[in-house]
Write a protein that binds this ligand. Structure first.
Ligand SMILES: [Zn+2]
Length: 494
C-alpha cells in the first residue's frame, strides 16, 4: 500500500492542520453535530480523510454507547459531559470504525462529483435519504469535489439540505468553494483546510518517518516541504520514494539531491549568480547549457533565480525571509543591481512561452546584463539628475541633456542599406520573439540581390541564428520587407 494511504490519519489527533483538528474535536466533544459540513481547501491536505474520521468519531460504537448513556435523559446531547469524560476519538477497532475505514459501511455513501457530475447519485440520494440508517446513528453522505455537480444535481442537493432528516449528515468537500452557490454555503458548517505550516507538515511527515523506522537528516525536511509545496500527499510520496532508494533507512541530503536533482539546480543557480556578479558571460551561459543538457524545465529554473534575487533584495531591505532559501548570499550585488537582474529575468520568464528554444530567453537576459555597465548607467542617472538640478536653478532647458545623450549613441542605422533593413527586420521580428530581436540587435547585415548574410559577432549569436526554425522566421520576415524570396546565410564575424 502506498504511504499516503497506509498512513492516512485515522484519529482526530492525527489531523495535522491545527485549525481543522481543533474545530472538529470541539464539535465532536460538544455532541452538537451540524447537519452539513463544507470542507474547503487545496488538494492533498486530507479533506476526505478528515470526513471519514469525523464519521467514525460520531459513529464509533464505544463512543456512541458512552454518549447514549449520558443523553438518555435529554434529547440534546450534553456538551459538558463529553468534555469531562467521553473519549472523542474513534476506537478504530469496533465494527463501525473498521467498516468506515475500509469503505464497506452501507450507511456511509461517498460520491465523487468529479467523475460523473453526480446526477444519478443525487437522485438516488434524494430517494433513499428518508430511510433510517442500518447500523450507524447517522447516515453520512461524503460528496467529494462538490463544486463539480451539475446545476440539476445541485438543486436536488439543495432541496435535501433545506430540510434534512435528523439522521442525515452531509460532508461536502471542495477545492473551489467560490464556485458554490450562496445557498449551499449558508447551509453548511465551513471548515477551512489551509496549506500547512512547516510545523504541521513535519507533524504529518514525522509520523511516517517514525512508523517506517527511517532516519531523516534535519536539513532534508525543508527541501521536502518545498518540493511538495506543503501537500501532505506529495510529501508522503517523496518520503516513500526516498525510503525505497535508501539502502540503510537513512534519508540524507545527498540521497534527496541525487533523487530529485535539487543539488544541481541550487548549486548551478549559485554559480550562475556568481558569474553574473562578476559579469562572466561565458561562465553564466555554460550554466544554462548544462541545465539544458540535464533537461531542466527553464520555467522552474527562472522561478528559482527570481526567487533567490527577491530574497537577496528583501535581505538588503532588512527583512529576513520566512524560509532561509539564500544560504549563500552574493554580497557584492547591491539593491540597484538586484532590481535590474529581477527585471531582466522576469522579462525572460514572460518570453519562455513563445520562445523557439526554451533556454534562449535566459541566455538573452544574461547577455543583456553582462553587456550593460550598471555602474556606468547609475552614474549617468546620477549625473543627469544633478545636471537637471543645476539647470533648474539656472532656468535652462533640460533638453540639452537629452541632446547630449543622443550624440553618444552609435549611429548604426544610417551606415548602409543593410542596417536600414536590419532595423526594420528587428521591428518585425519583435512580434515573433523579443529574444530573437535581441540577438539580431548585435548583428550586421550584408545584402547582395536576394542573398542576405547575417554577420554574427560571437559564436553564441551565430549558433542561435543558425537554428533552422529561427532562420526560417528571419528569412520570411526579411522576404516580406524586400518583397521577394531571399536566401539567408549566417556567418561569424572574422
Ligand atoms: Zn470504534
Amino acid at each position: 500500500m502506498v504511504f499516503y494511504r497506509k498512513y492516512r490519519p485515522q484519529k482526530l489527533e492525527e489531523l495535522d492542520i491545527t485549525g481543522v483538528r481543533e474545530k472538529l474535536s470541539s464539535i465532536v466533544k460538544s455532541g452538537d453535530i451540524p447537519h452539513a459540513f463544507l470542507f474547503a481547501g487545496p488538494k492533498g491536505l486530507g479533506k476526505t480523510s478528515a470526513a471519514r474520521i469525523l464519521t467514525k468519531a460520531i459513529s464509533c460504537k464505544r463512543s456512541v454507547s458512552q454518549r447514549l448513556a449520558s443523553s438518555s435523559k435529554s434529547k440534546k446531547l450534553n456538551a459538558e459531559h463529553y468534555q469531562l469524560d467521553a473519549d472523542i476519538e474513534p476506537c478504530n477497532k469496533c465494527d463501525a470504525c473498521i467498516s468506515i475505514t475500509n469503505g464497506s459501511n452501507l450507511d456511509v455513501i461517498e460520491i465523487d462529483a468529479a467523475s460523473n457530475r453526480g446526477i444519478d447519485e443525487i437522485r438516488e440520494l434524494r430517494e433513499k435519504i428518508k430511510f433510517t440508517p442500518l447500523a450507524l446513528v447517522r447516515k453520512v453522505y461524503i460528496i467529494d469535489e462538490v463544486h463539480m455537480l451539475t446545476t440539476e444535481a445541485f438543486n436536488a442537493l439543495l432541496k435535501t439540505l433545506e430540510e434534512p432528516p435528523s439522521h442525515a449528515l452531509f460532508i461536502l468537500c471542495t477545492t473551489e468553494p467560490w464556485k458554490l452557490p450562496e445557498t449551499i454555503l449558508s447551509r453548511t458548517f465551513f471548515v477551512q483546510f489551509e496549506k500547512p505550516t512547516p510545523q504541521e507538515f513535519l507533524r504529518s511527515i514525522g509520523r511516517i518517518v517514525k512508523a517506517e523506522n527511517l532516519q531523516m537528516d534535519n536539513d532534508v525536511f525543508d527541501e521536502i516541504f518545498d518540493l511538495s509545496s506543503g501537500s501532505f500527499r506529495d510529501g508522503a510520496k517523496i518520503i516513500e520514494e526516498l525510503s525505497m532508494a535508501s539502502k540503510d533507512k537513512r534519508i540524507t541530503k545527498e540521497l534527496l539531491e541525487t533523487s530529485y536533482k535539487t543539488h544541481s539546480i541550487e548549486n548551478e543557480i549559485y554559480v550562475l549568480l556568481v558569474s553574473l556578479e562578476s559579469k562572466k558571460t561565458k561562465e553564466a551561459l555554460l550554466v544554462v547549457d548544462r541545465l539544458a543538457c540535464k533537461g531542466m524545465d527553464f520555467k522552474v529554473v527562472t522561478e528559482k533565480i527570481v526567487g533567490y534575487l527577491h530574497n537577496m533584495l528583501l535581505k538588503r531591505a532588512g527583512l529576513s525571509t520566512i524560509r532561509q532559501e539564500v544560504n549563500k548570499d552574493i554580497k557584492d550585488l547591491d539593491v540597484y543591481q538586484l532590481e535590474k537582474l529581477i527585471e531582466y529575468f522576469s522579462a525572460a520568464y514572460k518570453e519562455l512561452k513563445f520562445s523557439v528554444l526554451s533556454q534562449l530567453p535566459l541566455e538573452m537576459a544574461i547577455i543583456k546584463w553582462c553587456e550593460i555597465d550598471v555602474g556606468d548607467q547609475r552614474s549617468k542617472i546620477k549625473d543627469q539628475k544633478e545636471t537637471e538640478k543645476r539647470e533648474d536653478k539656472s532656468d535652462k532647458d533640460t533638453k540639452t541633456v537629452t541632446q547630449k545623450e543622443n550624440t553618444n549613441l552609435p549611429d548604426s542605422n544610417k551606415t548602409n542599406n543593410g542596417q536600414d533593413l536590419l532595423k526594420e527586420l528587428i521591428d518585425r521580428i519583435k512580434v515573433d520573439s523579443q529574444t530573437v530581436a535581441g540577438v539580431l540587435r548585435s548583428c550586421r547585415l550584408q545584402i547582395k540581390d536576394t542573398e542576405i548574410t547575417i554577420i554574427a559577432p560571437s559564436k553564441f549569436h551565430n549558433d542561435k541564428l543558425s537554428d533552422v526554425k529561427i532562420k526560417e522566421i528571419v528569412a520570411k520576415r526579411a522576404g516580406e520587407i524586400m518583397g521577394k524570396k531571399i536566401e539567408l546565410t549566417v556567418q561569424m564575424k572574422k
